[in-house]
Design a binder for this molecule. Sequence first.
Ligand SMILES: C[S@@+](CC[C@H](N)C(=O)[O-])C[C@H]1O[C@@H](n2cnc3c(N)ncnc32)[C@H](O)[C@@H]1O
Length: 209
Amino acid sequence: MADSPELWKATYEAGTPEELNAAYARWATAYDRDTLDHMGYVGPQTSCGLVDNYLESKDSRILDAGCGTGLVGENLTDIGYQQVDAFDYCEDMLAVAGQKDVYDKLFQADLNRLSEVDNNTYDASVCVGTFTYAHVGPRGFDELIRVTKPGGYVCFTVRDGAYQEYDYRSHMLKLEADNAWELQTMAHEPYLLKEQVVAKFCVYKVMEA
Ligand SMILES: C[S@@+](CC[C@H](N)C(=O)[O-])C[C@H]1O[C@@H](n2cnc3c(N)ncnc32)[C@H](O)[C@@H]1O
């Protein structure tokens, strides 16, 4: 169980983006200890291993969307990637991420409206833990596709439960039917080992527009 269960719970019960932001602001400095040590959080490690199977070069330029405290950036750096940019909505989470020195560019942005990033910029986008209860809805997929180059990859998690309750699956299928992306992997894997929480880990290839 999380050392600060009330802080974790608040992120799933937020009713508005402002409440969600405030919940992460309160959790930011305890987030790594809570998730990694107490909850067995393996989402970043598993996702980075998955996308690494598809990228041909460690020089690939990668976007970490909803980077939080930078756990994905740390994992990507550990396996050799050196060109990683990242953003998050919550300034306090970004402040923790900034201390890790794993990103080129680190900026505040909203995945629902990612106007800060040009079309076709990245070889891969990775988004872990952000398609879930009270966070970012399925339209976030469109933004990840837009900023990823054709032939590049979008890798993300969708937490079990939210996957069934929200509209993620139908939008994922619609994007496939529209030939916007092509499914490479969908694995049903542990996400929070000590909480018995599982998630879908997905990798899609972005198609030519
Ligand atoms: C569970 S954390 C995951 C953080 C990190 N990816 C990880 O795996 O540790 C979810 C993150 O999504 C961010 N977030 C929520 N809504 C967002 C939005 N609309 N745009 C960008 N980031 C958002 C939160 O601030 C938080 O840092």
